[in-house]
Design a protein around this ligand. Structure first.
Ligand code: GLC
Length: 449
């Protein structure tokens, strides 16, 4: 398949690229351009027949491989690998566990790719990294007909695509949810979870009057300066009717609507709705705070449900859609997809393992055992599963309506700018107006390179 792209995008320096790499890539690309008379997708290869051959990639070689992912906070990965290893004693998979922080995972994976190391075979990539890894040819194009993509939620499948080809296969999706303390709301005379930020604050004011709410704060998400802040900032902006980038991918964040979204966060920190400690929270710290009974409301991902059910707040919480400015808000689309490192050995084994790990059966196990959001549509309507997790329809809706973060090759620059400006605003070192103005300029610079 041949698609057109802009020369500017092709010749732009890419994140982490040295001058030498860029020159080599541009020369290779230029040769292809001359030969084909066309601009080839990321100077990549063609594919299409689902044969397991994608252009220059042949999925050959069998033997031991590695699976590389962020820290397994749910404890579900090793049992699945054990199952594979039992069935394939000569093609064992070893788990390489990276940090919990998404940015740190990305850094380590990029370093591995830049040295062309074969230490990492199958990568669990955050859904937002597909374009960057594909454009740099750090990962192989995957034969899409060999995966049951038609059974998966459409927006989730889209996260695996780059310029029309499939590069990463959905293993788990993620949608933001509002966890809330049913016991405290009930005692305060509130029967329904809030759908707007104003209602949430009003509910908190009522809860705060209860003697058992001593020391309890209203709301937290993830506000440390890392990928999770991008998620929370984007959700606030989108939930106020704003955008970070418009439908054509152009930055459009210096707007009144975006300011209303950011101001929800900024004002909430100022007035104590969001406790100061939350400025240091990633997913795990915020989950811990909720489980310790320190929060009435928490924005977090589905994995929290199963863990919180085994904690002090078990039976005292439920899940609702994220609130917004004038009604329900919208989540950022999260999740992880499997990719095959271009520099890996034993690619035939790797492809089989990817099929095993991303199968509906594995997704069902991840959901049952650890409340991880499946990519497969049917699991959200399964009677036994919805009995176990009554919020599954809410989650499906959250994922289907979720807003993707910018799908750009320069993802590292884009997310760094968002994190920097959002953090300056929530910590009060910059006004929200100035932060959005600066962010618009920075995003324009990095996407126009
Ligand atoms: C979750 C999401 C991922 C997101 C990350 C941010 O892991 O699945 O998409 O980038 O959280 O911390």
């Amino acid at each position: 398949m041949v698609t057109r792209t802009s020369n500017a995008a092709l010749f732009a320096a890419q994140p982490g690229e040295t001058a030498h790499h860029r020159t080599t890539r541009v020369l290779q690309c230029s040769a292809a351009l001359v030969a084909a008379g066309l601009v080839l997708t990321a100077c990549g290869s063609s594919d299409g027949d689902g044969s397991g051959q994608t252009g220059t990639t042949s999925f050959e070689g069998r033997g031991p491989i590695t699976y590389v992912a962020g820290k397994d906070t749910s404890g579900t990965v090793q049992p699945v690998l054990d199952r594979w290893n039992k069935l394939h004693p000569k093609e064992k998979v070893t788990f390489i566990e990276l940090p919990t922080d998404a940015d740190a995972q990305r850094q380590q994976m990029i370093q591995n790719a830049e040295t062309k190391s074969d230490a990492y075979t199958v990568l669990s990539l955050d859904v937002v990294w597909t374009s960057e890894f594909a454009a740099h040819q750090w990962i192989d194009k995957v034969p899409e007909k060999q995966f049951p993509l038609d059974k998966m939620l459409k927006p989730v499948v889209e996260t695996g695509k780059y310029r029309g080809g499939l590069y990463t296969v959905p293993a788990g999706s993620d949608g933001g949810l509002l966890y809330y303390r049913t016991d405290l709301l009930k005692k305060a005379g509130v029967s329904e979870p809030p759908t707007t930020w104003a209602q949430m604050k009003a509910d908190c004011a009522k809860v705060k009057k209860l003697p058992e709410a001593k020391g309890v704060s209203c709301y937290a998400g993830q506000f440390q300066k890392y990928e999770g802040l991008n998620v929370n900032f984007s959700e606030a902006v989108n939930s106020a009717g704003g955008t970070v980038t418009d439908a054509n991918g152009k930055p459009d964040v210096d707007t009144a609507a975006a300011k209303k979204g950011l101001d929800f966060l900024v004002d909430s920190v100022k007035d104590g709705t969001i406790p100061k400690e939350a400025l240091t929270y990633q997913e795990e710290e915020s989950r811990q705070a909720f489980q310790d009974g320190k929060l009435v409301f928490l924005r977090n991902w589905p994995y929290v449900y199963s863990l919180a059910e085994k904690s002090k707040v078990a039976g005292k919480f439920a899940v609702a859609p994220l609130p917004g400015l004038n009604g329900p808000g919208s989540s950022s689309l999260g999740g992880h997809n499997l990719a095959l490192s271009s520099f890996a050995k034993n690619k035939a084994t790797a492809l089989d393992f990817m099929k095993f790990y991303t199968s509906e059966e594995s997704a069902s196990t991840f959901l049952k055992d650890a409340s991880l959001a499946p990519p497969y549509a049917a699991l959200y309507d399964d009677a036994a599963l919805t009995k176990q997790y009554p919020y599954l329809p809410v989650l499906k809706e959250s994922i289907q309506r979720a807003v993707p973060r910018p799908r750009v090759v320069q993802y590292g620059d884009v997310t760094a700018a968002i994190q920097r400006e959002a953090y300056a605003a929530v910590t009060g070192t910059k006004s929200s107006t100035q932060a959005l103005k600066d962010l618009q300029e920075e995003l324009q610079k990095s996407t126009e390179q």
